[in-house]
Design a protein around this ligand. Structure first.
Ligand code: NAD
Length: 513
């Protein structure tokens, strides 16, 4: 059944605003500015176009946000949490429509589109509880009749730069937490997925309006890299939370660092699963295949490398090849398909280029790649997931290609496997498949995986919101979502109160007048 995308846009309240920004229910921008088109990789159709914010538009949004911050920070945190609860409820109502639009605009499977909206709902629930738990510590002062404690205050404007592959969930991770912490947000979504962002802005703006929250608490600016650069260089934006490629993170990190601002970077991964000789191979197969081909290999946590023990290497490679033959590639809105398209033709070129580079370096393909042609693949964005035997130090293996290319590497000892797993510049997600307790514990120890996420008997992709999400090395070091990630959205203040009749100095220093 062909999805009626127009009725979905209508249900989500998206009219042809063609606006460059929104400060809530007000949409605007310079009508002479250039437009970006939202292109569906599913069928190659242009869904709609949106204007790109100019620097004057951007400036107007920042000014509105500054005003809104003065209001929003005065609302008690649990009351802010209640508004986030209502946003979560609104997402529940819109789950099917928003999830379908995510699937159509980005190209991920319908189930994953729904899953992405579920993740937004989950983080709202988490943030509601958090709104009553923004705890600081109380310490004992070394001075008599003094009290010392710390408290957490909001930062101000949080700038959110997001990637195309999780077009809505990453925004909500940041927004739900930032809002309960008392911040206001400015979101610059990926230029490849502006419509889902417009839809989210409609949903949250309605909730704010129903609660008489003034304009400017949650803002959207549509634009490309230049708009992101304006944010990164702007001292009025207290925190930049940026999700995307390592290339982008290096530029944003440098710009924010140069002004001594705060940044939270969530960048590329190069994730591996170690398949031990003690692994349950059937279970490992599901984890490996889903990790490698899910979202057409376009998750930051996608499985790029399998490091397989020599004793099970041939058997496991044969299982993989058999599974890949059965993969159904096609329209992601058709739930019978396993693999949808890549985001655009540039991504297809980079996939083909990586395959060539891999062959040039000596990679041997067990399952060949290629671009699919024919009536079902008119967008030109559908590619075949492929598998190559490689060495970990191939240049192409060290690089994150955002496509379904899976590299197989053989190992003899666990020490060697861990060194291979860690032997890349990125450090996001990692996993070991083993039923051996000693192996699992070594992998999780300080001598084990160097990644932000390390799993046992689970693949590399598919994190829950309750844990802190992010990675080390070139992945950027940021943590979002659960655990105590909220602290990134607040500033810590240490307070000492003297209720004695004298003024004793710390460290016993004497200063008498
Ligand atoms: P990208 O880096 O091309 O773009 C991401 C965002 O950054 C876009 O909004 C873009 O406009 C903006 N941008 C690009 N250059 C900029 C600059 N110099 N200054 C300011 N903004 C700039 O990434 P993409 O292709 O959209 O997404 C894929 C990448 O994102 C992959 O590397 C993937 O691993 C990564 N990713 C990481 C995580 C994570 O949590 N670690 C999650 C999702 C995606």
């Amino acid at each position: 059944m062909r999805t009626d995308i127009q009725s979905i846009l209508n249900k989500l309240g998206i009219k042809a605003e063609n606006a460059a920004f929104s400060t809530g229910s007000i949409w605007g921008g310079d009508s002479n500015s250039k437009s970006i088109e939202s292109f569906s990789p599913v069928d190659g159709k242009i869904i709609a176009s949106a204007k790109v914010a100019t620097s004057a538009d951007y400036d107007a949004v920042v000014k509105k946000s500054q005003e809104a911050f003065n209001y929003w920070r005065t609302i008690p945190a649990p009351k802010r949490g209640d508004i986030v609860r209502q946003f979560g409820d609104a997402l529940r109502v819109n789950k099917d429509t928003l999830g379908t639009l995510v699937s159509y605009e980005m190209g991920k499977s319908l189930q994953e589109g729904f899953g992405e909206v579920q993740e937004m709902i989950d983080i709202c629930d988490f943030a509601v509880g958090l709104s009553r738990q923004l705890y600081g510590l109380t310490m004992h002062s070394e001075r008599p009749n003094h009290r010392m404690y710390e408290q957490w205050h909001p930062l101000g404007i949080v700038g959110i730069i997001s990637a195309f592959n999780f077009p809505v969930a990453v925004w909500s991770w940041n927004t739900a937490l930032a809002l309960v912490c008392g911040n206001v947000c400015i979101w610059k979504p990926s230029e490849k997925t502006p419509l889902t962002a417009v839809a989210c802005q409609h949903i949250i703006a309605k909730v704010f309006k129903e609660n008489d929250v003034p304009e400017g608490v949650c803002n959207l600016i549509v634009g490309d890299r230049e708009v992101g650069e304006l944010m990164a260089n702007d001292g009025r934006v207290a925190l930049i939370s940026a999700t995307g490629s390592t290339r982008m993170g290096k530029a944003v990190g440098a710009a924010v660092g140069a002004r001594l601002g705060k940044s939270l970077l969530e960048l590329g991964g190069n994730n591996a699963i170690i398949i031990s000789e003690h692994a349950d191979l059937d279970m490992s197969l599901i984890g490996a295949v889903f990790g490698a081909v899910g979202t057409a290999g376009q998750r930051c946590t996608s499985t790029r490398r399998l490091i397989i023990h020599e004793a099970v290497y041939d058997a496991f490679a044969a299982k993989l090849v058999k599974a890949y033959v059965q993969l159904r590639i096609g329209d992601p809105l058709d739930q019978n398909n396993h693999v949808g398209p890549l985001i655009d033709k540039d991504a297809v070129s980079s996939y083909l280029d990586s395959i060539e580079k891999c062959k040039d370096e000596g990679g041997k393909f067990l399952v060949e790649g290629g671009v699919l042609e024919g009536e079902a693949y008119t967008s030109g964005c559908y590619v075949k997931p492929c598998i190559a035997e490689v060495k970990n130090d191939f240049k192409i293996v060290q690089h994150e290609t955002f496509a379904p290319i899976l590299y197989l590497i053989k190992y003899k000892t666990l020490d060697e496997a861990i060194a291979l797993q860690n032997g890349v510049p990125q450090g996001l997600s990692s996993a070991i498949m083993t039923l051996n307790l000693r192996e699992a514990e070594q992998f999780l120890s300080f001598q084990g995986s160097d990644c932000g996420i390390a799993n046992v008997n689970i693949g590399t992709s598919g994190a829950e919101i309750g844990g802190a999400f992010g990675g080390e090395k070139e992945t950027g070091g940021g943590r979002e979502s659960g655990s105590d990630a909220w602290r990134a959205y607040m500033r810590r203040q240490t307070n000492t109160i003297n209720y004695s009749n004298t003024l004793p100095l710390a460290q016993g220093i004497k200063f008498d007048l």
